[in-house]
Design a protein around this ligand. Structure first.
Ligand code: MLT
Length: 341
């Protein structure tokens, strides 16, 4: 199988893929037209941050599979791939722990104002008076939006911190989710509006879809308590930036954000975002999934997906393609994908 990897992948994973008889070309710098120009002859394309849009897909002549080395597939034009009979597979759940850990880094930062405290110390200012003011996380009400692998990992950690976790009750939640939720003493509410009203903190763990785009809207923010915190480690497009800025300016809301509307695709670059600059925001650089552990776990799964594909099977396929390969996902994997939507 001829494979183009248009993002970073550990050398050990490339060796493992090539040991299976495939050939890999590692071109992490490819974007846009250059990516399209490199596609003829390629059968499998592996990407992480790199966007695979309609024109890129149209430039491919032998492409059968696009692997997204992460859980979200919003950077792939899945519709264009489906029209061309190209399978799109993701790597669900393997970076859930890392994202949950960053969620807590953001929550703890908001509570103790760690980033400002560090900045003051570096500037030679001692201010125990200001930084002694914190409510603590114990006993606070956390609303987890999305009970896929990441949402559940956040719920489990929140329970260990002595927080009360709330989530939206849905008739189609399966037994496994309900059992995990019960072990974290999750309280279910009717809908997102009620979740916002009940909670001190809302943390979002849903993929970007037409339903979730703009979910953190003026209307939702109006339901939040004054001074509530919004944590978003999913996708920037969930947020109506103007509405969140207004809620922070007028009602003291604060936010821990790892993702932003219009964030750069690459690893470095300039980024001008009024939301990211706002003093009520502690922002990070879309690094939720970026621990060594998570990146290795994702890379291992990419190797497994490609191995299965070479053997005629599709793992974690997110689109509906008439492919000769058999979907060998387990019921649990299929359920997890459905839940996280
Ligand atoms: C994901 O979709 O799993 C992450 O956003 C991956 C990333 O950091 O690019």
């Amino acid at each position: 199988v001829r494979i183009l990897i248009a993002d970073a992948l550990p050398p050990s994973s490339i060796s493992a893929i090539e040991a299976g008889g495939s050939t890999c070309e590692l071109r992490p710098e490819l974007r846009g037209d250059a990516l399209a120009a490199a596609l003829p002859g390629v059968e499998v394309l592996v990407v992480r941050s790199t966007t695979v849009d309609g024109p890129t897909i149209a430039a491919a002549d032998r492409l059968q599979l696009v692997v997204r080395a992460g859980s979200g597939t919003n950077t792939i034009d899945t519709g264009a791939a489906t029209d061309r009979g190209i399978a799109v597979c993701n790597v669900p759940g393997r970076n859930a722990t890392a994202v949950a850990e960053l969620t807590f880094a953001l929550m703890l930062s908001l509570d103790r104002n760690v980033p400002d405290a560090v900045a003051d110390l570096r500037a030679g200012r001692w201010d125990k008076a200001r930084y002694s003011k914190a409510r603590g996380l114990h006993g606070r009400d956390l609303g987890v939006v999305g009970l896929g692998a990441t949402g559940m990992a956040v719920a489990a950690r929140a329970h260990a911190f002595g927080m009360q976790v709330h989530a939206i009750g849905r008739a189609d939640r399966d037994a496994q989710v309900l059992a995990s939720a019960e072990s974290c003493e999750v309280r279910f509410v009717a809908d997102l509006a009620e979740l916002a009203q009940r909670c001190d903190i809302l943390s979002f763990h849903v993929p970007l879809t037409p339903d979730t785009r703009g979910l953190i809207s003026r209307e939702l923010l109006a339901r939040c308590r004054d001074g509530a915190w919004i944590i978003n480690t999913s996708r920037g497009e969930l947020v109506d930036d103007d509405a969140l800025i207004e809620a922070m300016d007028t009602r003291g809301l604060r936010a821990g954000l790892d993702v932003f509307n219009g964030e750069p695709q690459g690893g470095t670059g300039t980024f001008d975002s009024a939301l990211a600059r706002h003093p009520n925001v502690y922002g990070t650089h879309h690094i939720g999934a970026s621990t060594e552990q998570a990146q290795q776990a994702v890379a291992d799964e990419v190797v497994r997906i490609i191995g299965a594909f070479a053997d005629g099977h599709l793992l974690h396929c997110v689109n509906d393609v008439a492919h000769p390969a058999t979907d060998t996902d387990t019921d649990t994997e299929r359920d997890d994908r459905r839940r996280s939507r």
